[in-house]
Design a protein around this ligand. Structure first.
Ligand code: CAA
Length: 406
């Protein structure tokens, strides 16, 4: 049985910050953010847009866009680093707001940016076990990446959700259960203590941990295989910032070449640049426009690939690498399903992104400060942030979060 991804949809906040504006405000050469990190824009959430509302928006788009009846969903998993309660899962709010059946298993997974991949593979296991009885799983990655003003992590923020429907007859991507590899190691590279809205990161160390995890998870998935890249149509990575995908691809090439690939070796550097242009770079434009969405960022690259090349690459294999700080990782191989191009309209978030509003630095900083206290405010008005036509967080009354169609 080939299980995998049957539907995919993105949803994100209505506002974004241009990276050149941020660079100018911070006195940094814009080339550092644009070329050094590879980012163009980053999505910024208002206090009324949280992990729940973005997950509901993405989930509704996946269900409607791919003609899936909510009654078919037998498992709902929300992978997130940005939960809204220490106890109550984001998933149970989403379950109510999407009007899913009560005969549905619902829970939240947390492992930094890895939660959605954990949900995806758990859903595949649920289907393969026979327990699904023909039903589908809805797995939603939803996060707001917050590092705080004037920190090194600030240009690597973002916000958004990706919803995936997982089924035994996937219409987009089949995943080979015999080539899924895992990696776990306790490291302090990125974390967010219970008392903090902002992540702490040992930035350069986190890059090293990511690359070590890639080596470990890949070896678990495909062993000592040294010509994997030749057989692939694309390599999809977790993308905290676009340049990270280049570093990851460099490491994969080093594994296959059995030595260092660096600028100092002209020939190997050219091979890397060509391979990156062919297998990685074409699918990074959504990440560059949205920023780091933690659990969903790997799946944004998959949306980007499918909206552009589903027809040309039908039947071809791609690799997927998910990394969650702390750390946990999975490397796996998927195959693009014949006919996936039919769903291009449902997948493509271009219209949403074009409708976003460019925020000024003052507006962005005001939203950051407003979000610090929004969990305890009694009444929030989405219209005051220019929001309408969706489900929004409207404040906490008697310690209960309120979600309203506005
Ligand atoms: N023009 C062009 N490029 C420039 C430049 C300029 N004027 N100035 C600097 N650069 C380049 C640098 O050379 C560097 O590129 P290379 O890595 O290829 O050498 C790049 O811009 C970044 O410069 P720095 O390393 O000096 O940047 P920094 O020290 O300010 O921090 C960071 C970068 C560590 C990524 C920081 O933004 C950070 O801590 N981010 C959060 C942590 C993170 O994203 N970690 C990723 C791995 S962990 C993970 O993946 C989980 C997750 O989602 C968080």
């Amino acid at each position: 049985m080939i299980t995998g991804i049957d539907a995919l949809a993105f949803a994100g906040p209505a506002g974004y910050l241009d990276m050149s504006d941020l660079a100018c405000a911070r006195g940094v050469d814009p080339a550092k953010y644009l070329n050094g990190l590879g980012q163009r824009r980053m999505a910024i959430a208002t206090p009324c847009e949280d992990t729940v509302t973005m997950a509901v928006d993405a989930g509704a788009r996946a269900l409607a866009g791919f003609d899936v009846d909510p009654a078919e969903i037998g498992t709902l998993i929300v992978g997130t680093e940005t939960g809204v309660d220490h106890s109550k899962p984001v998933a149970v709010y989403v379950h109510e707001l999407l009007k899913l059946d009560q005969r549905c298993r619902t829970f939240e997974t947390k492992h930094a940016c890895y939660g959605a991949m954990a949900g995806l593979t758990a859903s595949m296991d649920w289907i393969a076990s026979g327990r699904a009885r023909g039903r589908k799983a809805l797995v939603i990655a939803s996060d707001i990446a917050r590092y705080g003003l004037n920190t090194p992590g600030e240009p690597t923020q973002g916000a958004g959700a990706v919803a995936m429907i997982v089924s035994e007859k996937p219409r987009l991507l089949g995943i080979d259960p015999s080539r899924i590899g895992d990696y776990t190691r306790q490291v302090m590279d990125f974390w967010r203590p219970l008392y903090s809205k902002y992540a702490f990161a040992d930035g350069h160390y986190s890059i090293q941990c990511y690359l070590d995890a890639l080596v470990g998870a890949r070896a678990d998935a495909v062993g000592e295989c040294v010509d994997l890249l030749d057989s692939l149509a694309a390599c999809l990575y977790h993308v905290p910032f676009v340049k990270m995908a280049f570093k990851a691809h460099q490491r994969q090439l080093e594994i296959e070449h059995g030595g260092v690939v660096s600028r100092d070796h002209n020939e190997s550097w050219q091979v890397l640049k060509d391979s990156y242009q062919r297998l990685v770079a074409p699918w990074l434009s959504l990440n560059a426009d949205i920023g780091n969405i933690y659990t969903g960022s790997l799946f944004l690259t998959l949306i980007d690939l499918l909206r552009q090349q589903a027809s040309a690459l039908a039947g071809r294999e791609v690799s997927l690498f998910s990394y969650g700080s702390g750390c946990g990782a999975t490397f796996c191989i998927g195959r693009i399903i014949d006919g996936a191009e039919r769903w291009r309209g449902a997948l493509d978030p271009s219209a949403q992104l074009q409708a976003r509003r460019r925020l000024s630095i003052d507006e962005y900083e005001a939203l950051v400060h407003a979000s610090e206290t929004s969990d305890s405010l009694e009444a929030l008005d989405p219209a005051s942030f220019g929001l309408h036509g969706g489900v929004y967080y409207t404040g906490t009354r008697d310690h209960c979060r309120q979600y309203t169609h506005a």
